[in-house]
Design a protein around this ligand. Structure first.
Ligand SMILES: [Cu+2]
Length: 198
């Protein structure tokens, strides 16, 4: 590789994370966050995906939505039936009034953590909002993988959360060191827990 003039920007690296369960089974919808020891940038965090939790066919969509602290989520009802969405999760308790097709109430999430969502009308509806305080956050795809880009080089904490991950808060963490280039890491866990409802 050619040596060129050093950029004024600090070194940063891309991290590909692979989340696996028993027998190497890929785990989708696992939320991976990285908190550099040097801190996260000030100011609002923005993600590329919409902050939107649809109700369609009497299901929430998506199953897991990552939201930055302070983010406002809309909850559009695309069904012909009414929904009444709530969360009993500590720090993120709320209840939206019963609402009909075409309505899209909103809720702002000001505390990092999890909001397990339910519907008072339809017991089978379940989804999760993961509120994060770092811009380095993503969820795994169907192959259990994701890539976080531009993480500052140095020490950092990597966390993996999933509603069926066994352990405190459905989360595991490990210390990592981010280098100045691409890296990969596999996190294997026990995803046999019953999906948490709060
Ligand atoms: Cu409902």
């Amino acid at each position: 590789m050619a040596t060129t003039a050093l950029s004024s920007a600090a070194l940063a690296g891309d991290l590909t994370v692979s989340v696996r369960g028993a027998g190497g089974r890929p785990v989708r919808d696992a939320v991976v966050t990285v908190h550099p020891a040097s801190g996260v940038p000030r100011g609002p965090i923005r993600f590329s995906w919409p902050l939107r939790m649809d109700q369609q066919n009497v299901q929430f969509q998506p199953y897991v939505l990552i939201v930055p602290v302070g983010g406002t989520v809309s909850f559009p009802n695309l069904d012909r039936v009414r929904h009444q969405v709530y969360s009993f999760s500590r720090g993120n308790r709320f209840e939206l009034p019963l609402y009909s097709r075409g309505e899209a109430p909103t809720r702002t999430f000001s505390a990092a953590g999890v909001a397990a969502l339910g519907c008072n009308i339809h017991d089978q509806m379940l989804a999760y909002i993961k509120v994060v305080d770092t811009p380095w956050a993503a969820k795994t795809d169907a192959s259990g993988n994701l890539t976080l880009r531009g993480i500052p080089a140095g020490a950092a904490t990597l966390r993996v959360w999933h509603p069926t991950l066994a352990g405190r808060g459905n989360e595991v963490s490990q210390a990592i060191t981010v280098g100045g280039g691409p890296a990969t890491r596999t996190v294997t866990g026990d995803f046999s827990a019953r999906a948490s409802v709060r």
